[in-house]
Design a protein around this ligand. Structure first.
Ligand code: FES
Length: 107
């Protein structure tokens, strides 16, 4: 069952927030709807790269691999790292309960 799902999101001040999450929602939506400052200008259409987050290394293998389109769009993001992802391309699931992400700096 997908009760009590949550993710941990660290904001740009270094404060970590425990956010309730819903199965099937985009991680971007979970962050945004909980009031954290993520721009996500394109609303998840893979056109803006302003939903950029860093995923804690321990979680990287649990994520669905990046599609080429995500990789290409990430090239436009600011301060891209090996663990960079666009959070609109990650869907919440039981497997990702407790996922740890950090908001990337805004360009
Ligand atoms: S919200 Fe625009 S690319 Fe993710």
């Amino acid at each position: 069952m997908s009760e009590d799902l949550h993710i941990l999101c660290t904001d740009r001040d270094g404060v970590t927030h425990n956010l309730p999450a819903i199965d099937g929602w985009r991680i971007m939506e979970i962050i945004r709807d909980n009031g954290l400052p993520i721009k996500a200008e394109c609303g998840g259409a893979l056109e803006c790269a302003t939903c950029h987050v860093y995923v804690a290394p321990a979680w990287l293998d649990k994520l669905v691999e990046k599609r080429d389109e995500e990789d290409e769009k990430l090239d436009e993001a600011f301060m891209v790292k090996r663990n960079s992802r666009l959070s609109c391309q990650i869907l919440m699931s039981d497997e990702l309960n407790g996922l740890e992400v950090t908001l990337a700096p805004e360009g």
